[in-house]
Design a protein around this ligand. Structure first.
Ligand code: UN1
Length: 507
């Protein structure tokens, strides 16, 4: 299907027409944002960006929407999210395809991302009847105490190109049932999918009726400045930002300076340990998906692999062979497993990292560019003599650094020695090894898996990581509490006024 037809299905036909008449180069914010597909680098749309006044008007609308939405009963708010999930179910094919076209992931993963949105909507609907607070026995006669969770305020979601819609939904589905309005600033590389989702949210709001105020969910289009306006505005109660640690170092302190909340999902440098007892065939498949899948552009991508010396000579050649067989190409074509990198910058950073690995004595297989339209690469394996230098950094590309280890403690210590702490995994059939990896002295990451790779998490578990990954948790478990304010309430239903701690104050 033609991209203009696809955009037309979300009411975005004008952006596609503007791309055809535009001569501006991406990203040229002044004259509007030009969107290129990484599939072949061609421009597919041109959008107007929000200027300072535009962003301010959206924040004001979000604040007005919040004032109304917070009073709508939570289960009714859940009904809105249920309907949004229904809309997404009905439009999964179109939206998944648009995700693939705009960010370059293979169609199955584009569709998977929309499925992740649907899953979190279902999860949030259930939550809308479970925003539980505690009741506490009071030490004073004739009193009762309880804690109450109230809506927080407008929530800003700043998302990255690689999960251009799912990450918004993790935040928005929960934020909406919690009684908040949402402002979404997508990556300037993937604004179209955000506008498409916005069209679906608007359609849902129209069906839902008057209880859904205008401005409940909005998209802000722009670059860094637009993000900064959301970060610095006192009306924005929570900034949930996904991106690099460098970005988080700016967002975190700025939000903290105004005593608002931030939820940060930053860099990862995820590792896997393959033990001698592992099912090597299973491990091999898991490594290929999590290191080469999504062209290495997940925050959960497997980047460092520790292989026990007893199996190294068996496993690594097999891994190289499997890598050589991975089909790299147009992500919309069946059978293709690895799509393009997002842009030239990503390609250059990959080559910089491979050069550094080589200069550190790394032995590299793969990494070559494939074709000349778009930035397609063969996923690379770099066998490294030492765990240092470039391997300590996150490079958002399909490079897997491989190391040999002899003792599990040593592998766990190396794994934990990076600044990031998102996801980790071990492959073993030995229960002692698995449990050591999962114990307090084991992996220091937010996610630790046994016999599956570090990527591809389900929405039912809290998602996020420690250290320079930022400490935030989205979806799963009790992540909803980040989107609400907690109030302790004490009610005196007696005619006396006893004071706590036995204090006397007779007047
Ligand atoms: C991300 O790359 O920002 O666990 C999120 C995963 C996906 C989410 C990745 N469910 O790989």
């Amino acid at each position: 299907m033609d991209i203009s037809d696809l955009l037309g299905r979300f009411g975005l036909q004008d952006c596609a027409a503007a791309a055809r008449s535009s001569t501006a180069q991406s990203p040229a914010l002044k004259d509007g944002l030009v969107v290129e597909t990484p599939i072949d680098g061609s421009p597919i749309a041109r959008l107007a960006a929000d200027d300072a006044d535009g962003v301010a008007a959206k924040i004001a609308a979000a604040q007005a929407a919040f004032a109304r939405w917070r009073l709508v009963p939570a289960p009714r708010r859940g009904e809105f999210v249920r309907m949004l999930g229904e809309t997404l179910r009905a439009r999964k094919e179109d939206l998944g395809r648009l995700v693939s076209i705009e960010c370059g992931k293979i169609l199955s993963e584009g569709l998977g991302e929309v499925q992740e949105m649907i899953d979190v909507c279902d999860f949030a609907v259930g939550l809308s009847r479970q925003l539980y607070g505690l009741t506490m026995p009071s030490e004073r006669p004739g009193h009762h105490m309880r804690e109450m969770w109230h809506p927080l305020g407008p929530v800003a979601v700043i998302s990255a190109f690689n999960f251009p819609v799912a990450v918004w939904s993790w935040n928005a589905a929960l934020a909406l049932v919690c009684g908040n309005s949402c402002l979404w600033k997508p990556s300037e590389k993937t604004p179209l999918v955000a506008l498409a989702v916005q069209a679906l949210a608007d359609e849902t709001a129209a069906r839902f009726g008057d209880d859904a105020p205008a401005g409940l969910s909005q998209v802000v289009i722009g670059g860094r400045e637009a993000g900064e306006r959301l970060v610095d505005d006192a009306r924005v109660a929570l900034v949930s930002a996904t991106g690099s640690t460098r970005m988080g170092r700016e967002v975190g302190p700025r939000v903290a300076a105004r005593f608002a909340r931030s939820l940060l999902e930053l860099g990862g440098n995820n590792a896997g340990v393959i033990c001698p007892s592992a099912d090597l065939d299973l491990a091999l498949r898991a490594v290929c998906f999590s290191a080469a899948g999504t062209a290495g552009q997940r925050c959960t991508t497997l980047r460092r692999l520790f292989v026990h010396e007893k199996i190294y000579r068996d496993l690594v050649p097999k891994l190289k062979k499997a890598y050589a067989g991975l089909s790299v190409g147009n992500p919309l074509e069946e059978g293709v497993l690895v799509g393009p990198l997002i842009d030239q910058g990503a390609y250059e950073r990959m080559h910089y990292a491979l050069d550094r690995a080589r200069s550190q004595g790394g032995k590299i297989a793969g990494g070559e560019r494939v074709g000349d339209a778009g930035y397609y690469v063969r996923p690379a394996i770099a066998e490294m003599p030492a765990h240092e230098g470039i391997v300590m950094e996150e490079t958002f590309a399909p490079i897997l650094y491989v190391f040999r280890y002899s003792r599990l403690d040593e592998a766990i210590a190396m794994q934990n020695s990076t600044a990031q702490g998102l996801s980790s995994c071990i492959f073993t059939r030995d229960v002692q090894e698995a449990e050591r990896f999962l114990s307090a002295g084991g992996s220091d990451c937010g996610i630790a898996n046994v016999n599956i790779g570090p990527s591809g998490a389900e929405i039912g578990g809290a998602f996020g990581g420690e250290k320079e990954t930022g400490g935030g948790r989205e979806s799963g478990a009790d992540a909803w509490k980040a989107y609400m304010r907690r109030q302790t309430q004490t009610v005196n239903y007696s005619a006396d006024l006893p004071l706590a701690q036995g204090v006397k104050f007779d007047v």
